[in-house]
Ligand binder design. Structure first.
Ligand code: FES
Length: 118
């Protein structure tokens, strides 16, 4: 019997761009998504253990301030992303582990961490 369990090569992060109509009425997010393949450069090499997957989604449940980008597993959300900011996110956040603080509008679990005193 054949094993149909899916498999994937190693990766460390997944970056999503919302290309939904409320975030992307002019098609800018679509262009950013296409540019990501080039901007990710060596992080996008298929068998690279530091590989970052990219994905586009029709909605992230925010629907304003787009283009929106979210990086997982960090759970860090960026708003009004343009090509210059996308390059900073890749260089500073993904390569140097220094998120671009001034354009973050949400951090996953940050409210729970504040309650826990972390
Ligand atoms: S359309 Fe982008 S979050 Fe809903």
């Amino acid at each position: 019997m054949r094993d149909n369990t899916p498999q994937t090569t190693p990766y460390t992060r997944h970056i999503f761009i919302c290309t939904g109509r409320y975030c992307d009425p002019t098609g800018q997010a679509r262009q950013l998504y296409r540019a990501l393949m080039v901007v990710l450069d060596d992080l996008g090499i298929y068998n690279n253990p530091r590989r970052v997957k990219r994905g586009e989604t029709p909605c992230l449940g925010v629907c304003m301030g787009g283009p929106l980008v979210v990086v997982y597993p960090d759970g860090i959300w960026y708003h009004h992303v343009d090509e210059a900011l996308l390059k900073r996110i890749v260089d500073e956040h993904l390569r140097q582990n220094k998120p671009v603080e001034e354009r973050i509008f949400y951090r996953l679990n940050s409210e729970n961490q504040e309650k826990d005193g972390k």
